[in-house]
Design a protein around this ligand. Structure first.
Ligand code: ARG
Ligand code: ZN
Length: 503
């Protein structure tokens, strides 16, 4: 019964709750299913699932080589004791539907003495690996890749791991919703949809948002195809029918926000506020009319800059791909957007585009250090989406608030506290709509002036860094000069929902 009420509320705004409560946008093209294609199910037939657990899993295996950060939402993911500073990926994609071959240089700081460097890697074949140019023992255990040098790496040293690998990337089972994530390909090309743990399908990495790093990508592909990735194009060179595209992402990025796409994509350039570069990549068969929908990007950036402060990254644009499962994803500077969503309800597309853009401030530039704090991404992007929908005449804010209220009333009982959802419910409607409603309550509690100052300071003070709910509560207390402990306790964590502050 409860979930029917919620489903009814969400139908109004183009979303439905999947069986397990994860948000599934129907998208503007309501004829398309939000469930994964059956061929994707076959693709993930390696049976390893999204999160492996080996007997040594846990924050520490006792041998000075941590194999996980111990995040309950993504058991086995990431590794404690290391801080990856940068990934420099050299990737060959001769055929977007075929195997990849790559060499990655990973610069790491040892935060403790390390007997081995443990990374996440799903499938693929490791051909060779070194640490600081010296050979290492390579071992695999589920989705754990271990590089063991002859002698331990002392604490506080920086080192470079070089790994050459190849193979057909196997999708990873999505632990948060039905479907698969990772390196995906369709007839028009390949693209990446990795949140939360799909990056290990194509990159050996410390695949957890707590370890943000700098990235550069050199992608070599046949010259008739387009390759695009996060950040700005630094170099493009064609030789013997192959083009190498080098992209650099100069702001720190979490692994789940990587975007790399190779295929039949057209590049579209535009200029945003303050002369900032906008670039989109779209499937070639997108009509002129559908392409003009992208023109609103500049106005959306401008609107959010007035509310949240300057756009925090180098560039922005959409990657419009034949993506399914059908979800949009805020891949840093280059949002993944299903092409079908530009062929349907244009208001709904506009809302989703605003949502993913807002994530560039909340989620990408500043990133939760644990998946439990995902409301710091989704509730904020949802509230931003409501503000845009109101501004653009799509839906009055009061109506969005009303929808949020319906979800929030039922949601906490079903999906858990907003700032600590059950591990399988990190994308539940309660985190999106229920959390958007909480932010509106905070706005009423502290007033517009302090609320928007808080949003701006939150983005500016933490740009490039990781954040937690505690940090947010502390900043709110600092800005308002009042103790908001009870407010947050009640609105984020109590079993029942209070009435909106009447101020
Ligand atoms: N962060 C994406 C968005 O807001 C949703 C990603 C859903 N991820 C997933 N694996 N199902 O809009
Ligand atoms: Zn979102």
């Amino acid at each position: 019964m409860a979930s029917m009420v919620i489903a009814a509320a969400l139908l109004v705004s183009g979303c439905t709750s999947s069986g397990d409560g994860a948000i599934q946008r129907k998208g503007p093209a309501s004829t398309t299913s939000s469930l994964p294609d059956s061929d994707q199910d076959q693709d993930s037939s390696d049976g390893e699932g999204g999160s492996t657990s080996s007997p040594t899993d846990g924050p520490l295996d006792g041998l000075g080589s941590p194999t996980s950060v111990g995040d309950p939402v993504t058991p086995g993911a990431g590794a404690e004791g290391i801080d990856v500073l940068s990934y420099d990926l050299d990737l060959n994609v001769a055929d977007p539907q075929g195997p990849i071959s790559a060499t990655v240089l990973i610069t790491v700081k040892a935060e403790q003495e390390l007997a081995a460097l443990n990374l996440d890697l799903h499938g693929l074949t490791v051909e060779s690996a070194t640490i600081d140019d010296l050979p290492v023992d390579v071992s695999r255990d589920g989705d754990e890749l271990s590089l063991k040098p002859k002698s331990p790496i002392p604490q506080d040293t920086e080192f470079v791991a070089a790994i050459s690998y190849s193979g057909d990337p196997n999708p990873v089972e999505d632990p948060s919703a039905p479907g698969v994530i990772g390196w995906l390909d369709r007839e028009s090309g390949s693209f990446v949809a990795a949140e939360p743990i799909g990056t290990k399908a194509f990159l050996p990495s410390n695949d957890h948002p707590s370890d943000k790093a700098l990235f550069s990508f050199t992608i070599t592909a046949p010259e008739n195809l387009t390759a695009i990735a996060n950040g700005v194009l630094a170099e493009k060179l064609t030789e013997n029918g192959m083009t190498s595209w080098r992209y650099t992402q100069s702001d720190p990025m979490a692994t789940y926000l990587i975007q790399i796409a190779v295929g039949d994509y057209d590049l579209i350039e535009a200029t945003g506020p303050r002369g900032m570069q906008i670039r989109h990549a779209v499937v070639r068969n997108l009509s002129e009319e559908q392409r003009t929908l992208l023109d609103q990007t500049a106005a959306q950036i401008e609107f959010f800059e007035t509310l949240f402060g300057p756009y925090p990254l180098d560039t922005y644009g959409l990657l419009v791909a034949d993506s399914s499962p059908e979800f949009a994803l805020e891949t840093q500077t280059l949002t993944l957007m299903p092409a079908s969503w530009l062929r349907g309800n244009t208001d709904e597309f506009s809302r989703v585009a605003a949502h993913e853009l807002a994530h560039q401030w909340y989620g990408d530039s500043i990133t939760p250090s644990s998946w439990s704090d995902i409301w710091l991404n989704e509730s904020f992007a949802t509230y931003a989406e409501w503000l845009w929908a109101d501004h653009a005449g799509i839906q009055p804010l009061e109506d969005s608030i009303e929808e949020g209220k319906q979800v929030a009333e039922e949601g906490r009982g079903i999906y858990g506290p907003i700032d600590d959802p059950r591990p399988t419910e990190i994308f539940s409607i309660n985190v999106y709509y229920g959390g958007g409603y909480v932010l509106h309550a905070l706005r009423l509690e502290i007033g517009d002036e302090q609320f928007f100052e808080l949003l701006r300071r939150w983005a500016a003070d933490n740009a490039g860094d990781n954040v937690s709910t505690e940090d947010f509560e502390a900043l709110a207390a600092e800005i308002t000069g009042s103790d908001l402990t009870d407010f947050f306790e009640t609105w984020l964590r109590s079993d029942s929902l209070p009435a909106l502050p009447n101020k």
